[in-house]
Design a protein around this ligand. Structure first.
Ligand code: AMP
Length: 414
């Protein structure tokens, strides 16, 4: 597989798909530029080689064509600042204007294209269909968009000599710029950007090359959104720590009394047994009489939550239990907080998990944090640089640990 480091971009025009889907305030100021900063090493390498950059991205979820609030023109000035060079901008991503701008692009120059999702062809889904459209109308619209998506994809590909995908956040989408356009480039002219390469390597270290014991900590609010992930993890891990709101589904399945805590029916307990996975459940909970930071709180056994109360975080005994398992692990995956960490009175469990992961990492474990609010947790606790890798991909990381092949990755790996 081709790599950035082995490629000399001198005199080449590189189409780089990045994820510049940054949050903007009401005055279109960027409130968090992490995604832009993460793409800089790739962009700078290409410029340093003497290549020129054609940068493509989406911003937000435009559903009806161009809309100023989703325009990438809002980020041009900041991108120029970050790159230390002028960034040219075209208010289109395909068409004559773009072709002319690309033709005029000299080595070392940067062109940012307009939001790729202003065209329905990027996602390949029909837009503007009447709600009462018949099945025939729906099928015809689908066929039409697939045909025009082909042209759109080829037009994007024709702009460049080489294709670089550094947008891990959209690697689970089969969109024109994230997966489909790769087919127009020979294997030596398509590659991952540095960020994408790091993400793929981190996922492989955990899911394919894990050193045992391998412990996954699954938290967050709902089991239903994570059943497929847990099912896949049960075929790989030695220990599965269940935390957060999904604790109560498991506790209930095992016959416990969980008061008003959130709960869904589930059969995963039996699968864990069948796979000889050590299922580690909370033994105590920090409970509240209301879903708020100022609620009255107490601690109790996890299977004896009184009516009218709900589990909002794990208790101190569970913190010690989880920390013990985590510290003995050599591969760790953490997805989802142990409690409602957004409320300051319910952060203790997530902090204990984060600190145990940091300690295990110091002792040589590989730790991957990502795919949900656990990233916000390690950032909140100032521990992000003390774990092995914090993923930038929410849905993409979740699909990867679910065991799915991500189209954006497959398109490059072949
Ligand atoms: P996720 O996006 O899957 O990582 O889920 C994160 C969300 O789960 C956060 O908003 C937490 O507040 C929520 N959460 C964690 N524990 C609980 C709990 N015991 N009850 C309700 N929500 C929870």
């Amino acid at each position: 597989m081709q790599t950035l480091d082995n490629y000399n971009f001198a005199g080449k025009k590189a189409f780089v798909r990045v994820d510049f889907n940054v949050p903007l305030d009401e005055n279109f100021n960027i409130t968090d530029d992490t995604r832009m900063v993460k793409a800089l090493p790739t962009l700078k390498k290409i410029l340093a080689d003497g290549g020129s950059l054609i940068i493509g991205s989406h911003l937000g979820r435009p559903k009806k064509g161009p809309e100023d609030k989703f325009s990438l023109r809002h980020i041009v000035a900041h991108l120029s600042e970050l790159l230390g060079t002028e960034v040219k901008f075209v208010d289109e991503c395909v068409g004559d204007k773009v072709k002319a701008a690309v033709a005029a692009l000299k080595p070392g120059e940067v062109l940012l294209l307009e939001n790729l999702r202003f065209h329905a062809e990027e996602e390949g889904k029909p837009r503007g269909l009447a709600e009462d459209a018949s099945d025939e109308e729906k099928a015809a619209a689908k066929k039409a968009i697939k045909a025009s998506q082909k042209e759109f994809t080829k037009e994007l590909a024709d702009l460049a000599d080489v294709y670089v995908n550094d947008a891990f956040g959209t690697a689970h989408r089969t969109h024109a710029s994230t997966a489909l356009m790769a087919e127009y480039f020979s294997p030596e002219n398509k590659m991952f950007g540095y960020l994408m390469g790091k993400e793929v390597a981190a996922v492989d270290k955990v899911m394919k090359e894990m050193v045992r014991p391998f412990t996954a900590i699954m938290g967050g609010s709902k089991v239903s959104s994570k059943i497929d992930i847990i099912e896949n993890l049960l075929t790989k891990v030695d220990n599965l720590i269940i935390a957060g709101g999904m604790t109560y589904t498991f506790t209930k399945a095992l016959g416990g009394k969980i008061g008003n805590s959130i709960c869904e029916d589930d059969k995963l307990v039996n699968k864990a047994k069948a796979n000889h996975v050590n299922l580690v459940l909370a033994v105590d909970a920090k409970i509240a009489d209301d879903f708020s930071n100022d609620a009255n709180t107490d601690f109790c056994d996890v299977d004896k939550i009184p009516d009218g109360w709900e589990g909002m975080d794990i208790g101190p005994k569970s913190e010690a239990l989880f920390a013990d398992v985590i510290k003995k692990s050599k591969t760790i995956l953490w997805n989802g907080p142990t409690g409602v960490f957004e409320f300051d009175n319910f952060t203790s469990g997530s902090r204990a998990v984060a600190e145990a992961i940091v300690e295990a990492t110091k002792n040589g474990a590989f730790s991957l944090v990502g795919g949900g609010d656990s990233v916000a947790c390690v950032n909140k606790f100032g521990l992000a640089d003390k774990v092995s890798y914090v993923s930038t991909g929410g849905g993409a990381l979740l699909e990867a640990i679910e065991g799915k092949t991500l189209p954006g990755i497959a398109a490059i790996q072949g």
